[in-house]
Design a protein around this ligand. Sequence first.
Ligand code: 3H9
Length: 697
Amino acid sequence: MSEVVTYNREGTVGVITVNYPPVNALGHAVRSGLVSALEQGQKDADAKVLLLVCEGRTFIAGADIREFGKPMHEPGLAAVVDHFENCDKPVVAAIHGTALGGGLETALGCHYRVALSSARVGLPEVKLGLLPGAGGTQRLPRLTGARKALEMITTGEFVEAQDAFEAGILDAVEDSEDIKSVGLAYAQTVADEGRPVRRVRDLTDRVEADKDSDVFDQFRASLQKKARGLFSPFKCVDAVEAAFNLPFDEGMKRERELFMECMESPQRSGLIHAFFAEREVAKVKGLAKDTPVREIRKVGVIGAGTMGGGIAMNFANAGIPVTIAEVKQEALDKGLAVIRRNYENSAKKGRITQAQVEERMSLISGTLTYDDFSDADLVIEAVFESMDLKKKIFGQLDEACKPGAILASNTSTLSIDDIAAATSRPQDVIGLHFFSPANVMKLLEIVRGEKTSDEVKATAMALARKIRKVGVMVGNCYGFVGNRMLHKRGAEAMALVNEGATPQQVDRVLTDLGFPMGQFAMSDLAGIDIGYSIRQERRKAGEDVPASWLDKLAEQGRLGQKTGAGVYKYEEGNRKPIPDPEVDEIIASFRQEQGIKPREITDQEILERCMYVMVNEGAKILEEGIADRPLDIDVVWIYGYGFPAYRGGPMFWADEIGLDTILATVKNFHDTVGGEQWKPAGLLEKLVGEGRKFGDL
Ligand code: 3H9
């Protein structure tokens, strides 16, 4: 008997227990253990009914993702589920925590399902580029009908126990914290009432009802928009449809074929890399696991603009009171009104209730003085990018805030060490770089200064989790990880337009790669004035920042979406970028002024120049220790800039392209285009020389 799955009997109930921390994933030992425990239960004459229950924090969370891509050892999961379904004694699954993927599929192979009210179920395989491959696409619709099954399988979203009960997935939901007692009691009832073995595969009424429905085509049409570029969501629809068109066994065969297609798709490896990378970034190199963490009970934010408001919302959403400071009452009122409007819009869309709008607004207050920050545990400055202003603010905060309060800057480019030097507590200063829109984007780039204490770093990482962000610890340099690479891409995108491309051509190449928006649409979203003031700041500091047609747009008040015109123009209330002939003229006259004769630029050149420059810079960032691992860079780009997760992030993507190809192209651009950005990173040369990849670091 396997150690991770045990069998014992309690009265007339034969109990199969899985104990495979952390999440009872269905690795080989669990699969084979389940089969032998089930056989034991079947042979046990005193067991009238069998119960499947898990130890630890959760029911089975799915197949063991770490086994994917390696040789499969029998028994396969689908066979395990069949064993459960074919058992001639009733089997009850008792669910706590989450029953996900193969975990839910195993439960669907059982004859009855009971869950704690706190439990959630789901088939999230699609998020890993897969589809449920152990009967989920055939059994779930037999319980729920087509629409609910399609919703769950194509989005991968989890469903609360009560909702799952109403959808027919669960037979009972209990308000309790003790899953074992709940499972035993339910199993006893099944035995006492002499309930039969009830196999989901034999249920036909939901299948008959939805057989000729047009819901499959509806889903395919809506996925064209929602799942652009993705492979597996469409295969999920095909697999679920098979449950309605084919007998069960043939449907299972179809599911298997489609599952294997997904398994072999490169999107699967990209998405699984992203899954593990997201978890790995939480483990910061050199930061001990038991580093003490300060409590953050009250937060201050400086600046009620788009950024400051969005940042404040994160804390209110997490139930933490937050005070926003502004210089003028008018700006404060405006900022608070925007926050309310954002919440009201969410309520209109049904994402939160009106009561939640009021609850969250009641946690947000405004002030015109830093004196109100005297009891704050953390203050985040979110004013525009001016070092002089930031230094002044940090000096004042140092005086206004209590000892031990953390002083953070949301700067996206400026030196945290220089900002910290304006205070008497550099150990308590850190960068908390949110991404726009700050209440939506999942990334929090946490910038460690040279003197930032471990306690402050650990607190920032814990805080990220609390406000449901993915925190990535990075070092201090111009633009940190994300913007440093973005600026290289931006400069290349600008150069390409100067040389003859159009902004929309550059943007199209990037959106074709899977970015939700291109470089120029993104500038319009962030505001052309942001980049403009950064450039002006650098010019003031004596740097040689070349003239740009973007400066002309800013000077004409074309600041982007917020003014209805930037690189593109926008119709009132619509965010769709529309190419603008006026901008083409501005670009043409800029080229003339600079004496540039435009040339034809290919999409391939745009792709290589925009992307390889980022990879080369990423390698330099690694060399300098600004990012600890390639996966930290991948996570920054996936969650901060919408890099398509199915390509795994820029460094993973580079490995897939082949570092030798990238290095050769970088060298070529160094010779032809020129510039420091094309100087090959030493690390890139070293890896290519050794025949290694970023993933081997
Ligand atoms: C599948 O089932 C395919 C089948 O249809 C067909 C097969 C034929 N495997 O997230 P956390 C690790 S596909 C291996 O930090 P939380 C995770 O890496 C699978 N490891 O905790 C981490 O490790 P570490 C479908 C796994 O409480 C630790 O567990 N299932 C797996 O915030 C804790 O994870 C899914 O896609 C796994 N399946 O969230 C579910 N899952 O400590 C994926 C987790 O070393 N999992 N780990 O960093 C989740 O969504 C969340 O982990 C869960 C817990 C909600 C369960």
